[in-house]
Design a protein around this ligand. Structure first.
Ligand code: GDP
Ligand code: ZN
Length: 310
C-alpha cells in the first residue's frame, strides 16, 4: 500500500493512506544513496508498506524517490545530516518589515538554499496592518525586487486576516513548509490555515521583540487537501547544499544571464564581458541581491551557522 509519512517519532512513523492513518515501522536497514542521514525516512516521504499478520502496525518496505528535501546538519562537526522534510511543494518564507526586521541577507540566503534544494520558494510579507507609510513603501519596494527576480510574493496580515484567501487558494493541495525569524507570525498563520488545530502562539517578549519557540518536533498537518509541515527549525538550512561554484544558479536572475557571459564558469565578479555586471550597471539587477550573492560567495560559512532562524 502507498502512504505518506505525516510524523516520525523515533522508529515509529504515522503514515496516511487511503483508509486513514496507521502506525508503521521500518523494514531492516534502509540506506539512501548519497546521503548520510540520521533518519532514513522523513516527514513527507511517500512509502510502500504492508500489514503483517493482522497487526495494526504497518511495515515500510520501500521509500519512493524524493523530488526534494530539506537537510540540516546534525552537528557542526559531523558530516551526518538529518532530513527535516521531503517532497515540499512550496517553502514559504515569512518576512516582516518591523517586529522583527527581516534582513535581506537572510532572505537571499534562504532563497538560494531553496534553489539549491530544488524547492520553490514563496515570499509572504506579514504584519502589513502595523506598517506606517514609509514601512509600506519599503515592503512594496522589496516585493517588487523579489517579483522581478522571479519569486511569487504575498502581502498579508494574519492578525487582521487581510489577503489570506488568495494565499490559501495558491497553496491548496500543496505540501508547504513555513520558515522565518521567530515572531514573524508563522504559528499564527498555521493556526489560521488549520482552523481545527490549535498550535500555541507565543507572545512577543519585550526584550528583543522575538517570540518564543513553541514547536518541538516535525509534523505534517493536513490543511484542506494539502499539508503544512510544522518544524521546530530549519536552522542551518542555508549552510547545507550550496556549492559555491554553482551559487550563481541559485539566483534566478543571474542564472538567466549566465549564457551571455563570456566565460561559461563566470562568477560574475572579476571576469571581463560579464552579462550580470552589465545588467547591474544598467539597473536591471538589484544591487542588494547582487551584494548578498557576493557575501555568500566570499564570506566564511561559519558566520551563517550562527544564524538562528527557523
Ligand atoms: P512565530 O514565532 O513566527 O510562530 O510567530 P507567532 O505566530 O507566535 O506570532 C508572534 C506575534 O506576532 C504574536 O503576538 C502574534 O499575535 C503577532 N502577529 C502575527 N501575525 C500578525 C499580523 O499580521 N499583524 C500583527 N500586528 N501581529 C501579528
Ligand atoms: Zn558573468
Amino acid at each position: 500500500m502507498k502512504g505518506i509519512v505525516l510524523k516520525s517519532a523515533g522508529k515509529l512513523y504515522d503514515v496516511e493512506y487511503e483508509s486513514g492513518i496507521t502506525r508503521c515501522v521500518l523494514k531492516g536497514n534502509f540506506k539512501i544513496k548519497g546521503i548520510r542521514s540520521t533518519n532514513p525516512v522523513a516527514v513527507g516521504d511517500y512509502v510502500e508498506f504492508e500489514f503483517q499478520n493482522n497487526s495494526e502496525t504497518g511495515l515500510i518496505t520501500k521509500i519512493h524517490e524524493r523530488k526534494n528535501f530539506i537537510l540540516r546538519k546534525s552537528t557542526n562537526l559531523s558530516k551526518q545530516t538529518h532530513i527535516i522534510a521531503a517532497n515540499i511543494d512550496f517553502a514559504v518564507l515569512m518576512i516582516t518589515i518591523v517586529k522583527p526586521i527581516t534582513y535581506t541577507q537572510f532572505i537571499d540566503r534562504y532563497l538560494a538554499a531553496c534553489e539549491a534544494s530544488r524547492i520553490k520558494a514563496l515570499l509572504v510579507f506579514n504584519k502589513i496592518d502595523i506598517l506606517n507609510e514609509e514601512q509600506s513603501r519599503k515592503a512594496n519596494a522589496l516585493i517588487s525586487i523579489y517579483q522581478k527576480a522571479g519569486y511569487t510574493c504575498f502581502s498579508m496580515s494574519v492578525k487582521e486576516t487581510i489577503n489570506i484567501d488568495e494565499f490559501r487558494a495558491y497553496i491548496e493541495g500543496k505540501a508547504i513548509v513555513i520558515s522565518g525569524y521567530s515572531g514573524v507570525g508563522k504559528s499564527s498563520l498555521i493556526n489560521l490555515l488549520l482552523s481545527s488545530k490549535n498550535l500555541k502562539v507565543s507572545e512577543i517578549s519585550n526584550s528583543h521583540e522575538q517570540g518564543k519557540h513553541t514547536t518541538t518536533f516535525t509534523e505534517m498537518h493536513k490543511a484542506g487537501t494539502g499539508y503544512i509541515i510544522d518544524t521546530p527549525g530549519i536552522k542551518g538550512f542555508g549552510t547545507v547544499g550550496i556549492d559555491k561554484e554553482n551559487l550563481g544558479d541559485c539566483f534566478p536572475e543571474l542564472r538567466l544571464l549566465k549564457n551571455e557571459c563570456r566565460y561559461s564558469n563566470c562568477t560574475h565578479t572579476h571576469e571581463p564581458d560579464c552579462a550580470v555586471k552589465r545588467a547591474l550597471e544598467a539597473g536591471e539587477i538589484d544591487p542588494g541581491r547582487y551584494n548578498n550573492y557576493l557575501s555568500i560567495l566570499f564570506d566564511d560559512a561559519t558566520k551563517y551557522r550562527q544564524d538562528n532562524y527557523e
